[in-house]
Design a protein around this ligand. Structure first.
Ligand code: AMP
Length: 190
C-alpha cells in the first residue's frame, strides 16, 4: 500500500497513519516526527527548524524535499509507505510525485481526513496535556490552521486531478475512522 494522508493539524493523521502502516505492512513516515526527533537530538538541522515549528510555520520546501529523498527509500523497503505530514505545499507534492515515480513506488491513494476547525482545535488543546508539544497552544494552532488552508489545501485539487483523492469523515471516534479508512484501502489493495 502506497498512500498519503492529507488533513488539517489535529485531524488524526498520526494515529490513523500508524494503523494503516501496521495493517498493510507499509513503512510509516511522519515528517513532523522526523523533525521533532531532530530538535530533540540537538542536531544542526533541529536547531534550524525549531523556531519555525514552534510558531506553526512551514520548514522550507527544499529542506523537506531533501529529507524525503533521503528517508523514503528505507521506509519503503518493503514496497509500501504511509506518508504523514508530507507534502504540505504544491512544490512538495510535485517533487513527491516525481520521486515516487522514479523510485518505482507511485502513490496509489490519498486519504483526505475531513474535520472542522473547532473539532481539530479541541483535539489539539486536549492533546497538549499529554504531548508536551510546544505547538499545541491556542495561538500556534490558529496559525497552523491558517497555513493549512493557504498552503496545503490546494493539494486537494492537485490529487483530485490525478484521480487518487478519497474523502473520509475524520470527525467520528478513532476506531470508526479506522474502519472507514480500512474499508476504502482494502478495496484499493484487493
Ligand atoms: P506535524 O507533526 O505534521 O503537525 O508537523 C509539525 C510541524 O513540523 C509543522 O507545523 C511544520 O512546522 C513542520 N513540518 C512537518 N512536515 C512538514 C512539511 N512537509 N513541510 C514543512 N514543514 C513541515
Amino acid at each position: 500500500m502506497r498512500v498519503l494522508l492529507l488533513a488539517p493539524p489535529g485531524a488524526g493523521k498520526g494515529t490513523q497513519g500508524v494503523r494503516i502502516a501496521e495493517r498493510y505492512g507499509a513503512g510509516y513516515l511522519s515528517t513532523g516526527d522526523m523533525l521533532r526527533a531532530e530538535v530533540a537530538s540537538g542536531s544542526e538541522l533541529g536547531a534550524r527548524v525549531k523556531s519555525i515549528m514552534d510558531s506553526g510555520g512551514l520548514v522550507s520546501d527544499e529542506l523537506m524535499i531533501d529529507l524525503l529523498r533521503e528517508r523514503l527509500p528505507a521506509a519503503a523497503a518493503g514496497g509500501g509507505y504511509v506518508l504523514d505530514g508530507f507534502p504540505r505545499t504544491v512544490p512538495q507534492a510535485d517533487a513527491a510525485w516525481t520521486l515516487t515515480e522514479e523510485l518505482g513506488l507511485p502513490l496509489e491513494a490519498v486519504v483526505l481526513l475531513e474535520v472542522d476547525d473547532d473539532t481539530v482545535t479541541e483535539r489539539m488543546l486536549a492533546r497538549a496535556a499529554v504531548s508536551g508539544r510546544a505547538d499545541d497552544n491556542e495561538a500556534t494552532i490558529r496559525n497552523r490552521l491558517a497555513v493549512y488552508k493557504e498552503k496545503t489545501e490546494p493539494l486537494v485539487a492537485f490529487y483530485a486531478a490525478k484521480g487518487i483523492l478519497h474523502r473520509i469523515d475524520g470527525s467520528p471516534t478513532i476506531d470508526e475512522v479506522s474502519v472507514a479508512v480500512f474499508d476504502l484501502l482494502d478495496g484499493i489493495a484487493g
